[in-house]
Design a protein around this ligand. Structure first.
Ligand code: ADP
Length: 384
């Protein structure tokens, strides 16, 4: 039995015949206390077996946080449908023993209501870039990681999964351009040596997108899997919307991803949300490749460094979570200007401190990807 497991027998039997669908429907009413989504949607339910009047349920949580509350809620939900003779197994995966990360991939039988995850066979590595909240520089980091990897000679794709606020058209200077189409598939833009797909190219410019969760989920899936002709790629970097909403969930449930990167700024309020984002990826069975501290500090014209937001906070939190820390990117006026004018390559050609910080983070990321791939031996994330 893995570390942190409990085996709880609830030995009462009211003699009512119930079926598996009723049990799953009851489990759908139980929310993860931190992620505010139900435990079936989060893929935490690994087994539901109903045999005559006996019910066996196995839950796999990424951590013991919230375990007792989930157990209480599951019991209450089963009580409501008069489930008798319930055996409830809850396992909490232990945190990675190695400070370098490497959570065990989720494994096990197909979760109720969920199909197998797809793969993009022509893409070797898929990296999701997430953040706990907006404005921390997630898109900026995604773009510059993609460019840094491309500059090493890798074939790199970049997808704007930030369905509600796509930034890539501006950051890559492709605003207003329409993608090329072959048959019923869209061809990625070829820009700055990257293969780029963005929802921003498909919606009316400057119109806000007001989509409900399932629509965002559908659009993301179509863009990523169904309607794009991706070429052979060494890396596909996916810029996710901030927070713990439907799109990250969709990505992790649809696709075998190599892992996620969480971008944070060092203030405590940003870190609190970043921790939630890390927890979400863990719950979804996606390895977290590491955390990046953006806007870590500011370097003035004389070269003096100023800690504006509390430099080092992300490294401390990464250590506490047992996650790799991939490094810091300071605040640079050039980085903001080059983003606004769609010239990411200029970040690697001007200020050497900017170039060095971006390259150092990309190098650490590539190391973590290699480590993750070596550990996974085969498909990087087992479909569950
Ligand atoms: P998010 O994707 O998290 O919402 P963005 O990547 O859109 O955030 O960044 C928000 C703003 O901050 C943009 O104007 C971007 O150019 C700027 N920015 C991001 N990181 C830095 C940095 N390290 N130095 C200076 N400006 C930055």
């Amino acid at each position: 039995m893995p570390h942190g497991s409990i085996l709880a027998h609830v030995p009462y039997n009211r003699g009512m015949a119930i079926d598996r669908e009723q049990v799953i429907a009851a489990l759908r009413t139980v929310q993860d206390p931190e992620l505010y989504k139900d435990i079936v949607t989060l893929n935490l339910v690994k087994e539901v077996v109903v045999d005559c009047d006996a019910v066996r349920i196995t839950l796999e949580l990424a951590s013991a946080v919230g375990q007792q509350q989930i157990e209480r809620s599951v019991r209450a939900a089963l009580d409501k449908i008069n489930a008798g003779n319930v055996q409830l197994n809850i396992t909490a995966r232990p945190p990675s023993a190695r400070p370098g990360g490497g959570q065990s991939p989720a494994a096990g039988p197909a979760a109720p209501g969920q199909g197998a995850r797809s793969v993009l066979p022509q893409v070797r590595t898929i990296i999701a870039v997430g953040a706990g909240k907006g404005g921390v520089g997630k898109s900026t980091v995604a773009v510059n990681l993609a460019v840094a990897l491309q500059r090493t000679g890798a074939r790199v794709g970049l997808m704007d999964g930030d369905i509600y606020g796509p930034s890539l058209p501006t950051m890559l200077a492709i605003k207003g351009q329409a993608p090329r189409v072959r048959g019923n598939k869209m061809l990625p833009f070829q820009v700055h040596g990257l293969h780029v797909v963005t929802i921003g190219a498909l919606v009316e410019e400057d119109k806000p997108l007001i989509w409900r969760g399932p629509m965002a989920h559908g659009a993301f899936k179509q863009l990523l899997l169904d309607n794009t002709e991706w070429p052979d790629l060494d890396y596909l970097v996916v810029d996710l919307p901030p927070g713990t909403g439907d799109v990250p969930l969709t990505l992790c449930q649809l696709l075998s991803i190599t892992g996620a990167v969480v971008v944070a700024t060092p203030q405590q309020v940003a870190l609190d949300d970043a921790i939630r984002a890390v927890r979400m990826f863990q719950q979804l069975g996606a390895p977290v490749l590491g955390m990046i501290e953006n806007m870590s500090y500011f370097i003035d014209e004389s070269g003096r460094e100023h800690d504006i937001f509390g430099r080092g906070g992300t490294e401390r939190v990464a250590g506490q979570l047992g996650m790799p820390y991939l490094g810091a990117i300071p605040m640079f006026t050039e980085l903001r200007v080059n983003s606004d004018t769609g010239r990411p390559h200029a970040n690697f050609e001007g200020n050497p401190k900017l170039k060095d910080s971006l390259e150092a983070v990309a190098t650490r990321l590539a190391e973590e990807v290699a480590r993750q791939n070596a550990q996974a031996k085969g498909p990087t994330l087992t479909i569950s």
